[in-house]
Design a protein around this ligand. Sequence first.
Ligand SMILES: *Cc1c(COP(=O)(O)O)cnc(C)c1O
Length: 225
Amino acid sequence: MTVVVTTLNPLRENINAAARQAGTAEVRLIAASKTRPAATIRACAAAGQQAFGENYVNEALAKQAELADLGLEWHAIGPLQSNKCADVAHHFDWLQSLDRAKLVPLLTHARPPEKAPLNVLIQVNIDNEASKSGCAPRALAALAEAVAESPQLALRGIMAIPAPWPEAVRRRQSFAELRHLFEQLKCDHPSIDTLSMGMSDDYLLAIAEGATMVRVGSALFGART
Ligand SMILES: *Cc1c(COP(=O)(O)O)cnc(C)c1O
């Protein structure tokens, strides 16, 4: 049996304890399953995990087809190219990595009208890293407005991957800045409810700063090879 069965429950307990301490009603766990085979995802689902995050659209589509019987919730969490918007609109429940307005009409037109709106998080490049996707904090308000205007998209909040600062105190500062951006955005869009931040190495810090969703890969499935 895979490592997942023994890691999922302790991970959940850690998340729930940190959420209680932070006073957050619920912190959702997204299993970041890039590079993991469909069989591993199936085992994780059997252990009770419902939501999975994938970075590469083609890899995700193949696994989704194999796992269609499970009715899982799929999150696109990797950088999105415009030629993959239609696939995301058809095959995912959430897009966590929207970073530019150009993609909004492509997603809107491709989302099948019989489906619920695609849940969208705007990815923010909080530490202004050249290597990282995400919109600049000052571009957030306009991009959020464009998403909110689309009936095929549901604006749910923001997502970010802070720089891997070695010092926990500096990382915590990035998480706190994200929390502040989230609260500001909520003034204009009161229905947003999701602040997706924190991965294997720092999900406890992120929850302490107000994360409502964490995306965890290696702490759940083992190191990626
Ligand atoms: C891979 C990935 C994760 C999970 O990373 P781990 O360090 O393995 O927990 C989370 N978010 C995104 C966007 C990722 O690409």
